[in-house]
Design a protein around this ligand. Structure first.
Ligand code: FES
Length: 165
């Protein structure tokens, strides 16, 4: 996972958290929470990465992740848009951006659009408060995000999908 996703800033945040916990096996649940907050889901690739980093068998990591209903185990839509609604991001306007996106694309947080193209997640602090408000669009973390910037980004993503079909 390290080569093909080396530009994935979300993975950098997860790795930072793992380092903060000193790669401790007993921090597995905390790390899963952080990874879930950052990605909005925990798929096989992420779980395997955590398994390698913490040196815990994949079956055990998977077992813990599936035990808790809270964790989503796959990326539901083609594009995942995750809003940090931790205190710093909330205060800096993340909720306002999220509401505008819900309105424009007729989608609610926690849901996937009817065409399966976008899923919207709200999460807690992703550990980059200095860049608040933070919005994560697929692999890209947008710090100091503005409503215009995020809406435009999502419009372009959807346009790109249309021109590919
Ligand atoms: S509150 Fe959003 S990054 Fe900390």
């Amino acid at each position: 996972m390290t080569t093909s996703t080396s530009l994935d800033k979300r993975l950098i945040l997860v790795d930072k958290a793992i380092t903060t916990y000193g790669n401790r096996k007993d921090a597995l649940l905390e790390i899963l929470h952080i990874a879930h907050n950052v990605y909005g889901y925990l798929d096989k690739k992420i779980l395997l990465h955590i398994s390698e980093k913490l040196n815990i068998p994949p079956s055990q990591v998977y077992g813990v992740a599936t035990f808790y209903n809270y964790f989503k185990l796959k990326k539901p839509g083609s594009h995942a848009i995750t809003f940090c609604l931790g205190t710093a991001c909330y205060v800096k306007g993340a909720e306002e951006i999220l509401s505008a996106l819900e309105k424009e694309f007729n989608i609610r947080r926690g849901e996937t659009s009817a065409d399966g193209k976008i899923s919207v997640f709200a999460t807690r602090c992703v550990g980059a408060c200095a860049m608040a408000p933070n919005v994560i669009v697929d692999d890209e973390m947008i710090g100091k995000a503005t409503k215009e910037q995020v809406l435009e980004k999502v419009r372009k993503l959807l346009e790109g999908e249309r021109s590919e079909t």
